[in-house]
Design a protein around this ligand. Sequence first.
Ligand code: ATP
Ligand code: MG
Length: 298
Amino acid sequence: MLTVDEAFRKFKSRLELNDKEQKNASARQTEVRDYIDTKFKIDRSFLTGSYARWTKTKPLKDVDIFFVLKSSEDHYRSKAPSTVLTDFHDALVEKYGDNARKQNRSINIDFGVTADTDDNTDYRVISVDVVPAFDVGDDFEIPDDELKKWIKTNPQTHAAKATAAHQAYSSEWKGLVRMVKYWNNHPKHGEKPVKPSFLLEVMALQCLHGGWGGSFDREVQGFFATLADRMLDEWPDPAGLGPAISNGMDTARRARACDLLRAAERQATLAIAHTRCGRNGEALRAWRDLFGPKFPLS
Ligand SMILES: Nc1ncnc2c1ncn2[C@@H]1O[C@H](COP(=O)(O)OP(=O)(O)OP(=O)(O)O)[C@@H](O)[C@H]1O
Ligand SMILES: [Mg+2]
């Protein structure tokens, strides 16, 4: 029978990007880029966000693609952020119809792929987020429709911090982040407990400390506990450029996240107790209940 440690290793690898998925993501990037090029002056585009950092969870959706505009499109920067978003949206609707939706900082394109009950998509990306961006020195400026402001960001800084944290945690940090983001996406919660899920990664930069202890179950239990303890804190952009990452939730939503993280910690405690008493099958089922179908039972 599968041990809990083996199950966690399998779970971790199921949440990793594989070659087929990367091929599909690249093909979608090229498809969207070829089209956007007919409408706007684009300097370059690249896959970014959690996808590029290996902290994206499954099923693969909302893969971020930055479209860096040439300086001849600078006129947008003196206009409200909604202008560039609306123009990108209008252009993408011509190709993708209702599957292109305007969001706060991007246009989401849904490719009509659905995940099965095991959260598999036959290695296809469900959707991408098209983000219009401008170069500002080594940083970027992107539109924020809610704040009605252009905000600064730096994906390289976020990536460097994630890499450093991963290395300091015996190369287990990104796996743990993907697992907790997978928990966050579980449909049983209704609305995601933590929003944006990037906040979980930002918190993990500080909440996973002291080094890898050697067992996934204890690490996950401790991670949930610390996340709950610190959910009400203020979490600034780790690059020190954009608005606080914790601004995405109001007080009620933070309190709800805190409660759900505590419940997750209790479930982890229960699962660990099963293992301690030799009830391996019950332990696996408890972890599966907590995380969802990608946590293996065999
Ligand atoms: N408030 C912010 N200030 C500056 N940069 C931000 C901010 N929020 C997000 N970003 C950057 O934009 C990227 C894309 O944002 P997004 O919310 O999609 O997060 P993500 O890390 O890609 O997580 P997810 O897996 O949920 O897509 C982030 O990875 C981060 O680099
Ligand atoms: Mg993203």
